[in-house]
Design a binder for this molecule. Structure first.
Ligand SMILES: Cc1cc2nc3c(=O)[nH]c(=O)nc-3n(C[C@H](O)[C@H](O)[C@H](O)COP(=O)(O)OP(=O)(O)OC[C@H]3O[C@@H](n4cnc5c(N)ncnc54)[C@H](O)[C@@H]3O)c2cc1C
Length: 414
């Protein structure tokens, strides 16, 4: 590195890496605390809980993926780029394609996770991940392509074969995705006058769907899958993914499913950047943090969200936006405390409730121990997620668009 960013002696240099729930919300809270730089690899934030609704056309890209440039005030410097390394001794961050390093006084790492294919043969090549806007676009395009390949007079079994999709994983993600896909495909069959029906298959390694979630939510999710004629295989592993389907294994028996697409929702692993950092990690590869969320042995350096192992977190909260969101308050408060010469505090994170969408016209929300379903739950879920959007200006714009414009799905192929 041939040069370093100049230091303003008056203001603390705070570098935040990763613009998800952890990083973006921390950076926004610190905008007055010092010279804040947010470095992140994509140009847009992503409100992941509504990625299914984007795929179905119920919401638009600008609703859930606003550009950082629009969200961040002038006080925060935005740098689009992938961080490739951190020199903790020199207090510098390397960004791909950038000669100058970024110097920091305080560093916040929030680079999130990536899809975990668990080394399953062919999965990284042929399975479709579902974590980004482009993944949702790819899946939608794949469904349209499959429908377009069906001749109008095709026999039902040929139509079903062409409209077969496998969803790997029956956590909240797999259930939300498969029910949306099923509703869209059935709707397309009706509109196109195709004979027969589509075929959505869900494969889950565990004994039940939405493992770890409330039993009431599980019952509703099971009913939603059943009503949509989604084929659910529990205690079943995907052992191979091919360009035209997948091989599954249950009780030692293998079965090949021919499909037009295999979508992978079955796991997240920490961002590869974390493996390159000279920090202590636990057996899951997560960064070990102190109660203040500073990385163990690295004062002034914080980690949060999907990459951090905070000991006092209820297991069901791990790997959720609601945790990253709550941790951002603690990290922002503690960076400010260090700047002010104060003592950082510890965090207490709580479960803020459970909500899943079920197809394009239903949802289940757990509120005060009661499961609410149907249109009411669907509207409540939208209302809840409006409040989680990053800025009040964006919340207002999106809330108005949903209120006045509605949230009807966009049919496949139209
Ligand atoms: C489809 C989907 C639906 C979900 N639904 C829910 C839900 O309903 N409720 C819930 O609580 N949670 C949900 N989650 C989980 C939730 O999105 C994550 O737990 C949360 O986003 C974690 O926040 P984070 O800040 O740790 O990481 P992320 O939000 O993943 O943000 C990481 C950021 O870092 C950037 N980045 C990555 N590598 C680099 C690098 N090398 N340099 C610079 N920037 C980098 C990324 O582009 C990204 O902007 C969902 C996740 C997905 C994928």
């Amino acid at each position: 590195m041939d040069a370093k960013d100049d230091k303003d002696p008056e203001r603390a240099r705070i570098v935040v890496v990763g613009g998800g729930y952890g990083g973006l919300f921390t950076a926004m809270q610190l905008e007055r605390a010092g010279q804040v730089t947010l470095v992140t690899s994509e140009p847009n934030f992503l409100h992941t809980p509504l990625l299914y609704e984007y795929m179905s056309g119920e919401v638009e890209a600008w609703h859930i993926a606003p550009a950082y440039q629009e969200l961040l005030g002038e006080r925060i410097r935005f740098l689009q780029g992938a961080v490739t390394g951190v020199d903790f001794e020199a207090r510098e961050v390397e960004v791909a394609g950038r000669v100058r390093t970024l110097s920091y006084d305080y560093l916040v790492l929030a680079v999130g996770g990536v899809t975990n294919f668990w080394g399953v043969e062919g999965a990284d090549k042929y399975a479709m991940p579902f974590r980004k806007i482009r993944h949702a676009d790819d899946l939608r395009a794949r469904m349209i392509e499959a429908l377009d390949s069906i001749q109008p007079d095709a026999p039902p079994q040929d139509a079903r074969r062409a409209a077969t999709f496998v969803v790997v994983g029956a956590g909240a993600s797999g259930v939300e995705l498969s029910t949306k896909m099923s509703d869209l495909l059935y709707d397309a069959f009706r509109r196109r006058g195709l004979k027969g029906e589509p075929h959505v298959v869900v494969v889950e390694m565990g004994r039940e769907v939405v493992p770890g979630m409330d039993a009431g939510i599980r019952r509703v999710a099971e009913r939603a899958l059943y009503e949509r004629r989604i084929e659910v295989h529990t205690e079943t592993r995907v052992v191979k993914v091919m360009p035209d389907g997948a091989v599954i294994e249950h009780g030692g028996e293998r079965q090949e499913i021919k499909a037009s697409g295999v979508v992978w929702t079955a796991g997240v692993r920490t961002n590869p950047l974390v493996e390159k950092l000279d920090v202590e990690r636990d057996r899951r590869g997560l960064i070990v943090v102190e109660p203040s969320m500073q990385i163990k042995g690295r004062p002034g350096v914080f980690a949060l969200g999907d990459i951090a192992a905070y000991t006092e977190v209820p297991p069901s909260l791990f790997g959720t936006a609601q945790l990253a969101f709550q941790e951002s308050d603690l990290v922002a408060g503690n960076v400010q405390a260090l700047i002010d010469g104060g003592v950082p505090s510890r965090g207490h994170f709580k479960e803020l409730g459970e909500a899943v969408s079920l197809g394009t016209d239903d949802a289940a929300v757990l509120a005060s121990g009661q499961v609410v379903t149907g249109q009411l739950a669907r509207q409540a879920r939208f209302a809840l997620y409006t409040t989680r959007l990053p800025t009040w200006q964006h919340r207002l714009k999106v809330g108005a668009a949903w209120f006045f414009g509605g949230k009807t799905p966009r049919p496949l192929g139209l």
